[in-house]
Design a protein around this ligand. Structure first.
Ligand code: SF4
Length: 444
């Protein structure tokens, strides 16, 4: 029988591998954990490649968001279980969303795992593992991103309960972090050399409501921008209903706040939006997008849409296609609906769209968006942008503009005509647009 409790203390632990799956919010948790290992004198590798030099203890930070992510998490646990069977790993510890959600079932099916932690109790992992723990969980982190860039998690959880989404079931109620605590974390990050902050939360729009009784995103972002060393602040995952409009003048007027917003809209058909429990209509959605674009000229919007939600008819889908063509989002991602255990949709709405129809709709909408994206990319040729250099590749320096979030958005490749330094900002002129990259030259 697997150990579903938390006690793994006793053994002298010298080396640990931490493997992070899932989203940037998970990554932040892992970075905090890695810092604690380091504080306790334990040598730790984050996301090591390959299995040739496995450490005796492996912590797998799992994702339980959707089917594919769950499968990836389980496959990763199974890979390490195989290594344990071969004697290459002594202990496997699993934490994160998947084990928060399915700890009981998984612990019965995967006896190779020595200890299970969830989405929040992982903060006890170090004190459970190390007899004389030298650090208490705090917000210090061992960054795994380039040293000039960090994710900044400002809240946990979500109160929205969209019909398709399991996240509130995993992460619990929305909980904002106090402004002062976040500002302290930003000071700590800038002291390490971070200049770009990618602000993340499941629902930016609700920030502050639970602890201050009012939406406080604008105040938070303004205070963060005053911390010395901060250059770019980029906002991720606003919820369209109850949008905090007072953030718009901050985005327009504060040069440190990127003109970029990630806001998942999911659909445009009133019928589908209602079934999804999104608390917003098609007209309100259009008005919101128009107002954001009017108040913040040049803003780049990233959205996420879902096709194949239960009951989505061809007419609903065509309405969505029309919306994508009309709005011309600078960036867009889409998913096919996948039923998630215990959600409102799984309990009440039959998953009645054939998988091949879902896939066709997904392919069609992404094809349309690819054309739009390339047109928008092409409009940048000949223009000058400030970029932040992330790294040096063989033929180019790889950079991003304020409109490009790490990992998901196009990159800017700079010809190697001069020596540039990762972490520094430069002006470049775009000379060619490709679907996922801009080719540019340094402005002298
Ligand atoms: S707002 Fe986002 S995280 Fe919250 S329930 Fe809806 S889809 Fe899920």
């Amino acid at each position: 029988m697997a150990n579903t409790g938390h006690k793994t203390a006793g053994a002298k632990i010298k080396k640990v591998d931490v493997v992070t799956l899932g989203c940037s919010k998970n990554l932040v948790d892992s970075e905090r954990l890695v810092q604690q290992f380091a504080d306790n004198g334990i040598s730790v590798r984050h996301n090591p490649e390959g299995d040739l030099k496995v450490s005796p203890v492996v912590v797998i930070n799992t994702c339980g968001f959707i089917g594919d992510a769950k499968e990836e998490s389980i496959n990763t646990i199974l890979q390490y279980a195989e290594l344990k069977a071969k004697g290459k790993v002594d202990k496997i510890i699993v934490m994160g969303c998947l084990s928060e959600r399915y700890r009981k079932e998984l612990s019965e099916e995967l006896p190779e795992v020595d200890a299970w932690y969830g989405k929040f109790d992982w903060v006890n992992l170090i004190s459970d593992m190390v007899a004389e723990c030298k650090s208490h969980p705090d917000y210090r982190r061992a960054l795994s991103t380039p040293l000039h860039s960090a994710y900044l998690k400002i809240a946990e959880g979500c109160n929205r309960f969209c019909a398709f989404c399991a996240i509130p079931l995993i992460t619990g109620r929305f909980k904002s972090r106090p402004v002062e605590e976040i500002v302290e974390e930003v000071k700590m990050l800038t002291a390490k050399g971070v200049t770009e902050l990618n602000v993340i939360a499941q629902d930016l729009s609700s920030y502050g409501l639970d602890i201050y009784g009012e939406k406080s995103l604008a105040r938070l972002i303004s205070e963060i921008s005053e911390v010395e060393g901060v250059k770019w602040i980029r906002l991720h995952y606003a919820y369209p209903a109850d949008f905090p409009y007072d953030i718009l003048p901050v985005m327009r007027d504060n040069p440190k706040v990127c003109k970029y917003l990630d806001i998942a809209l999911q659909h445009i058909s009133d019928r589908v939006l209602g079934n999804m429990r999104r608390h917003i209509s098609a007209d309100e959605t259009r008005a919101l997008i128009r107002r954001i674009r009017n108040e913040v000229p040049g803003i780049h919007l990233r959205t996420t849409l879902m096709v194949g939600f239960p009951g989505e008819e061809e007419a609903d889908f065509q309405e969505l296609v029309g919306f994508v063509k009309e709005m011309r989002f600078e960036r867009m991602g889409a998913f096919a609906y996948c039923e998630e255990d215990d959600t409102h949709a799984a309990r009440n709405l039959p998953d009645n769209i054939e998988e091949d129809v879902k896939q066709e709709r997904l392919d069609e909408i992404m094809r349309i968006q690819e054309e739009i994206s390339l047109e928008i990319q092409s409009e940048k040729v000949g223009k000058i942008f400030d970029v932040l250099v992330d790294r040096e590749d063989e033929d180019y320096y790889v950079a991003r503009t304020q409109f490009d979030s790490p990992e998901v958005d196009p990159e800017v490749l700079i010809k190697k005509d001069a020596v540039l330094h990762p972490g520094n900002y430069y002006k470049v002129k775009v000379v060619e647009a490709l679907p996922f990259e801009l080719i540019s030259e340094l402005c002298q």
